[in-house]
Design a binder for this molecule. Structure first.
Ligand code: 1GP
Length: 230
């Protein structure tokens, strides 16, 4: 059965290149989160992605791959999220890698499982912003234009406001949510407590908790309850 993201409020993003014990993974997978997203900005390989998928597959929680590396496209996920970094200065991250991937796999891809994410990088210090050479000197109008571009022009089912590593401007995020018509607005960045999770969940449709899983595990886990009980 195809997954429907329409009701997702909370997602954990797990990095195949970072360590999690079986007990930690167990607690994340049965936490009540709506999905586990597997992805990372560096060190993601076919092997470590297969390993993590196999461990998550012991649970019922939906599991999606956010594809950031052509070498690490592993079959068997429920969905495949394809980031298009709208404010990347390096066009490889807008269409280049995608073009290469479709040369290889375009004919055999199960398109029903593919979802594009229109990414807007907001934190210039983050690894992802550096890798994509993102132009993060954006004012509110720039961001709103990118949101419309992703939602109305490109019809991306996900518009992703990415503050990775730092907690963002929730007023701006909330305005972006008002703008989208078809997409779901994902917010990620610096959610490391139930309080921040609550605030972010008021501004975005779906919040993504990444780093805190590895740095403040109990607090990260508590973000699920904070969001799902609302
Ligand atoms: C990263 O948006 C996610 O891609 C989550 O950000 O790691 O700061 O939680 P954090």
């Amino acid at each position: 059965m195809l997954l429907d993201m329409k009701h997702w409020k909370h997602v954990f993003k797990l990095d195949p290149d970072r360590e999690l014990s079986d007990e930690q993974l167990d607690r994340l997978c049965v936490s009540g989160t709506d999905a586990i997203m597997v992805g990372g900005s560096s060190g993601v390989t076919f092997e470590n992605t297969v390993d993590l998928l196999a461990r998550i597959r012991r649970y019922e929680v939906p599991c999606v791959l956010e594809v950031s590396n052509l070498e690490a496209i592993v079959p068997g996920f429920d969905l495949f999220f394809i980031p298009i970094v709208l404010n990347a200065r390096d066009p490889q991250w807008i269409v280049g890698h995608h073009h290469q991937a479709l040369r290889e796999y375009g004919a055999i891809l199960d398109w029903q499982l593919v979802r594009t994410e229109g990414y807007i990088m907001m934190n210039g210090q983050s690894t992802a912003a550096r890798i994509t050479e993102a132009d993060t000197a954006l004012d509110a109008k720039d961001v709103e234009a990118y949101v419309r571009l992703a939602d109305r022009l490109f019809h991306c089912p996900v518009v992703y406001i990415e503050y990775s590593g730092t907690f963002g401007d929730m007023e701006l995020v909330a305005r972006c949510k008002e703008l989208v018509r078809e997409a779901r607005l994902f917010y990620g960045g610096g959610i490391d407590s139930p309080d921040k999770a609550r605030k972010a969940a008021q501004s975005a449709h779906t919040i993504v908790v990444g780093n805190a899983v590895y740095e403040r595990f109990e607090q990260a886990l508590a973000t699920v309850q904070a969001v799902q009980s609302n």
